[in-house]
Design a protein around this ligand. Structure first.
Ligand SMILES: Cc1cc2nc3c(=O)[nH]c(=O)nc-3n(C[C@H](O)[C@H](O)[C@H](O)COP(=O)(O)O)c2cc1C
Length: 179
């Protein structure tokens, strides 16, 4: 689709996989979010930013928050890639913690599930995940809801939830279909 750019950042590749599929399906330019500039985005009305979540932080929140930055004046969607289920309350919390209301009124937000390979993590990432997984397990002990129990069972387990079909709503948004 002429006039569309797909920008992404990644550490371990899952967000990049989604971004490459999206760019292919939309016939869009594929860019690294790190190097976004007004010049790079000139001629692109629509920009989809795919961003992984690390320790509650959306990797590209800063550029999305900045109304005078390179995304200002474009039609923008954020696709958040993380391991928490897309419909979990934690997702809404992460959005609210990373982006002010003024930004959220301007952009569309989508949630996709990513992948984690514990063998591929850095030492720091392993420490962070040990803490995050300990929190999930103690949460499940205190509040053994089906969601918490399922999350605790998955804690510490490598998994790949990357699914091309899950991009459907993002594709529809980028094509301007159905609102
Ligand atoms: C150290 C660390 C912290 C993470 N924190 C979160 C988190 O707060 N919320 C979440 O949904 N996923 C979290 N994840 C999972 C990543 O978002 C997921 O693995 C994602 O697919 C990574 O994207 P990438 O492969 O493009 O780097 C974390 C993963 C790691 C290694």
């Amino acid at each position: 689709m002429a006039g569309t750019a797909v920008a992404y950042s990644t550490r371990h590749g899952s967000t990049q996989r989604y971004a490459a599929w999206l760019a292919q399906d939309l016939d869009a330019d594929l860019l690294e979010a790190d190097g976004l500039s007004r010049e790079r985005l000139a001629g692109h009305d629509t920009v989809v930013v795919l961003s992984p979540v690390y320790a509650g932080r959306v990797a590209d929140a800063a550029v999305l928050r900045d109304p005078s930055g390179p995304l200002g004046g474009h039609r923008v969607a954020l696709v958040m890639v993380g391991m928490t289920p897309p419909d979990s309350p934690e997702r809404a919390e992460t959005v609210a913690n990373n982006l002010p209301q003024a930004t959220l009124e301007q952009i569309s937000v989508f949630h996709l599930r990513g992948a984690i390979d514990y063998q591929a993590l850095s030492r720091l990432e392993r420490v962070l995940m040990r803490f995050a997984n300990w929190r999930l397990r103690s949460q499940a002990r205190r509040h053994p809801t089906p969601e918490n129990t399922a999350a605790a069972a998955q804690a510490g387990v490598s998994a790949d939830h990357v699914d091309r079909a899950a991009l459907g709503p993002v594709l529809a948004w980028a094509r301007g279909e159905g609102g």
